[in-house]
Design a protein around this ligand. Structure first.
Ligand code: CAA
Length: 256
């Protein structure tokens, strides 16, 4: 475990929800690379999934740990953060990368598909952020990075639930950024485009091919493309960047 960061101060503790996922694993790796101690929080995982994660993170030794967490459970989020505060002194960086899809056109979408997604993709951001914000403001330092999506900016066929939640995530970011700005706590959004992850691999091949054809850079994003944006916003010297949405989508959606 690295005891200090590049500036020689105590290593920041970073909590990454969805930490075992397609983007989450790479975010854990890049923050460890930046000198953080990292806790990957994710649903209870099979031995095989955990072994795969540990292998992907082997270079970083025990700088990257794992904690079981269901982000839709408000009390569980508070309990985990309380434990991390006792054991490590507090969470300095929170990356909300836990997310699911429940794609269906609105006319076919069940209330369960709507609510399951909202509980993870939007309630989850509330639950974890509320758990860390008190400690961060008290200590005068914090970085919260919420993973949204290009589909929150553009809307996507079959994703009224996902697009609504992801647009909501950035509204949450901007509101919380105002609440914490004077306390050394920044809150930002990263909006990935279509990336080379299991979530995107699950999109029907024909639709995926059409999407890739519309990406100016000409390829899916790599998890590393997203993780480097998170790392940038999570850095100690990124204190003047707050309430920002940073799109990382290969030019798929351009706007002011
Ligand atoms: N665009 C336009 N029209 C579409 C369409 C699309 N993507 N998909 C289906 N349709 C049309 C069909 O051609 C059909 O038209 P007709 O009725 O005229 O024949 C009609 O809509 C069918 O509608 P259904 O409600 O029956 O749709 P379905 O059940 O066949 O499929 C779906 C709906 C499952 C959502 C499917 O469109 C789909 O999988 N879309 C991809 C959704 C997607 O991109 N998800 C992204 C997941 S990855 C992610 O979210 C990560 C990230 O952040 C970027």
């Amino acid at each position: 475990m690295s005891a200090s960061n590049a500036n020689g101060s105590a290593a920041r503790l970073a909590l990454i929800t969805g930490g075992l996922g397609g983007l989450g694993t790479e975010i854990c790796r890049q923050l460890a690379q930046a000198g953080c101690r990292v806790i990957a929080a994710d649903l209870p995982a099979s031995d095989a999934r955990l072994a795969g994660f540990r292998e992907a993170c082997a270079t970083f030794g025990d700088a990257i740990g794992y904690a079981a967490l269901d982000v839709s459970d408000h009390e569980a989020c508070a309990t985990l953060v309380g434990r991390l505060e006792r054991e490590h002194g507090g969470v300095d960086i929170l990356v909300n990368a836990a997310g699911i899809t429940r794609d269906a056109s609105l006319r076919k979408m069940t209330p369960a598909q709507w609510h399951e997604l909202m509980r993870v993709n939007l309630d989850g951001v509330f639950n974890t952020s509320q758990a860390v914000v008190e400690g961060m403001t008290r200590r005068g330092f914090g970085r919260i990075v919420n993973i949204s999506s290009v589909n929150g900016q553009t809307g996507q066929f079959g994703q009224t639930n996902y697009s609504a939640a992801k647009a909501g995530v950035h509204g949450f970011t901007m509101a919380l950024a105002r609440e914490t700005a004077r306390k050394g706590v920044t809150v930002n959004t990263v909006s990935p485009g279509y990336c080379d992850t299991p979530m995107v691999a699950a999109v029907p091949a024909e639709i995926r091919a059409q999407i890739v054809a519309g990406i100016p850079v000409g390829r899916l994003g790599q998890p590393a493309d997203i993780a480097r944006a998170v790392r940038f916003l999570a850095a100690d010297d990124a204190g003047y960047l707050t309430g920002v949405n940073l799109p990382v989508n290969g030019g798929y959606f351009m706007s002011f």
